[in-house]
Design a protein around this ligand. Sequence first.
Ligand code: 4AD
Ligand code: MG
Length: 466
Amino acid sequence: MNRTSVKAARLESSIGNTAKVSGWVRTRRDSKAGFSFIEINDGSCQGNIQIIAPGELANYEDDIKRLTAGCSITAVGEIKESGGKGQATEILASEIVIHGWADPETYPLQKKRHSMEKLREWAHLRPRTNTFGAVARVRNSITNSIHQFFQEDGFLYVNTPVITASDCEGAGEMFQVTTMDMEHIAKQQIEKLNYKFDFFDKPSFLTVSGQLEAETYACSLGKVYTFGPTFRAENSNTSRHLAEFWMVEPEVAFNELTDNMDLAEAFLKRMFADALKNCGDDMQFFNDRIDPDKALISNLESIIGSEFVRLPYTEAVEILENCGQKFEYPVDWGTDLQSEHERFLTEQHFKKPVILFDYPRSIKPFYMYCNDDEKTVRAMDVLVPGVGEIIGGSQREHRLDVLEGRMKEQELDIEEYWWYTDLRKYGTVPHAGFGLGLERAVQFATSMSNIRDVIPFPRTPGNADF
Ligand code: 4AD
Ligand code: MG
């Protein structure tokens, strides 16, 4: 068994060699001529590996002929060009080892196609399906592109904390962090102490965004990005919201809003171009089997090849008010756009990604740069067809007096943010950044309709099991 392992993705370049392949059985067919075809998948690509198991193998009758979907095996043999349909290569096995059986009576992933809802119940086994294998590979490609894009451009990767006392977005949608020290808490209560907080001395939460901390590094080192899990206790049961998701947040000193838009547009295009280049088979699979219009690849290509629309919020409201379309929610200057409005703009009106900017200041967090009109702030959202908001960002308010005014307006405790205002006291600079939700990017790149199916273990209201 001491042979070089070859992954399915590299089989073609190994024709003529004797090698070892390992994976999980998808199907077994026995030929009348006394041998069997076994298809395994090893996770490296869409394609299965076809193994020919000759009847002469020592364990042919006892083991090979009992193989069913889900069993795990390793086969050694010569890699040959395949005469059959559907695969370019096959391996003629001289030895097959069975690592694990999978009882066909109970193994959930039988040949029949399961619904996405059903597969969510088997989050531990769904990566063995074509769809979830493909999602994992495209997600990996996008993650890789994120690091490459920023690293090639001289950005520093900084790690911001998961536990924090500040509510960056000011929406009050934070999960509080407490300890499991129930005995201690009970004792405190019995003693009728005014016991409020354990461990951190003050209420602490899981972060909703690493932005504020990323700003501190940008205001010392120039160009940085943070990329990690973020948490939102928003009770929205939609196909675009998770309670735990991954966000990448670049932050750049000396950048203003237009630079921020340029960066966001180049960044998205690079990610999608890499997915098309590096995950060709998987992207073809999503195009043919998941996208109802079978137009995913051509849509992505046209997005990569054309400029995004850049539109002030005020003009978007005018378009929506005059388009003649009946919306469930009214469009009103000063309120946030609903997803039906965003969809209209990207899917019907412009038919491409739209960067909306200069939002009403009353609906945006304290840290955004106030425009001279005193009504709007330099916020930007990137909206894409099918998904809606994929990026949210802004130029940051770097003028101390204006920032403090905004904090008062929003009734924030300025003292608590002393470190944040320090950045404006000492060597303040214009700066800007944004956050991209990784799962929304994967959703868009794959045309998967529910965000729960593009993260391995989705956390949503009522679901944190496994
Ligand atoms: O627009 P958001 O809330 O912006 C921020 O958090 C800023 N502090 C980012 C920054 O400027 N550094 O979130 C940014 C992005 C959204 O555009 C969306 O893609 C994603 O994060 N997002 C979610 N993804 C999944 N589930 C949720 N509940 C999400 N909330 C936001
Ligand atoms: Mg947003």
